[in-house]
Design a protein. Structure first.
Length: 290
């Protein structure tokens, strides 16, 4: 049996303005007064990361977004990061949980009392240098995606749109405490601010998987409304080897366990598995070990 692999296109960033999210009552001029004109764009990005973590449910149960220093330093020079963090903490613009655990958690931050709960606004990135770094980091991360299934999903995700008017109607009907966060999630989809990551098991996390179910009826693909079907305990990936085996006339498939540190998607994309299909060897169904 010949395996025909679809031609997949690499991620290409669209020439759109890089943007940050800030509290409505904290603008660039305010940050310049606090940290100076040179460091203000970096301070804006620092605050944006706190808000972005909350928007996409990356904050903990106390509302702190864990910010890894190594990632922050890819955008903010380390000396500037030290100055900015101390100044924002002293001014109560941000608060911190004050601790980290090596290999487990980074130090957590959240907005101070004067800015927590304030409406968030989207503003153009105030620094071309910061915008270029942000675009380069995301482009590199997406271009390093290797599995066909992940490339396919990323390509399709770039084509998804959202009906803003319908989304706003839905948001107006939900509790006021969630309206700002839901609005930001809608805005990120509308502006193609794509979030795409996957865990060590190959499970994908995107703007859509993290989008509240109430907002999903507003999604569109090539102008058409999407339909959501959720089948309990469904594993299409594991079903495919069984179907292939059945087409070959096999009544059963061989089962093989894998350690939880391994990725089943990588196994099914491997040369070993493709060789088994091409040579009509017994199909292996991989199941997780306890």
């Amino acid at each position: 049996m010949n395996i025909v692999r679809p031609a997949l296109r690499k991620f290409k960033p669209e020439p759109r303005t890089q943007a940050l999210y800030l509290p409505e009552n904290l603008q660039l001029a305010d940050l310049e007064a606090l940290v100076g004109k040179k460091d203000a764009p970096f301070a804006a990005y620092f605050i944006h990361r706190i808000i972005w973590g909350k928007v996409w449910r990356q904050d903990d149960h106390n509302g702190f977004t864990w910010l890894k220093n190594a990632y922050l330093r890819s955008i903010i020079p380390w000396r500037a990061l030290y100055r900015i963090t101390n100044t924002l903490l002293d001014a109560k613009v941000v608060l911190t949980d004050g601790y980290w655990i090596v290999g487990e958690k980074s130090k957590g931050y959240k907005l101070g009392p004067s800015y927590e709960g304030v409406k968030t606004v989207r503003v153009p990135c105030p620094s071309g240098k910061v915008a270029t770094k942000l675009r380069a980091i995301k482009t590199e991360a997406f271009q390093n995606i290797r599995l066909d299934v992940h490339q396919f999903l990323l390509a399709k995700l770039q084509e998804v749109e959202i009906d803003i008017l319908e989304a706003r109607t839905i948001i107006n009907a939900i509790p006021s405490g969630l309206q700002d966060i839901y609005s930001l999630r809608v805005e990120s989809v509308a502006n193609k601010e794509i979030e795409f990551s996957y865990c060590r098991y190959g499970r994908v996390h995107t703007n859509l998987t993290n989008l509240p179910s109430a907002l999903r009826p507003a999604l569109r693909y090539k102008g058409r409304q999407l339909v959501s079907i959720d089948i309990r305990n469904s594993q299409p990936l594991f079903l495919c080897p069984l179907l292939i085996s059945a087409r070959k006339g096999n009544k059963t498939a061989k089962f093989q366990t894998f350690k939880r540190t391994l990725n089943p998607y990588s196994f099914f994309a491997s040369d070993e598995y493709r060789h088994a299909l091409e040579t009509e060897e017994e199909v292996t169904l991989v199941v997780p070990s306890p």
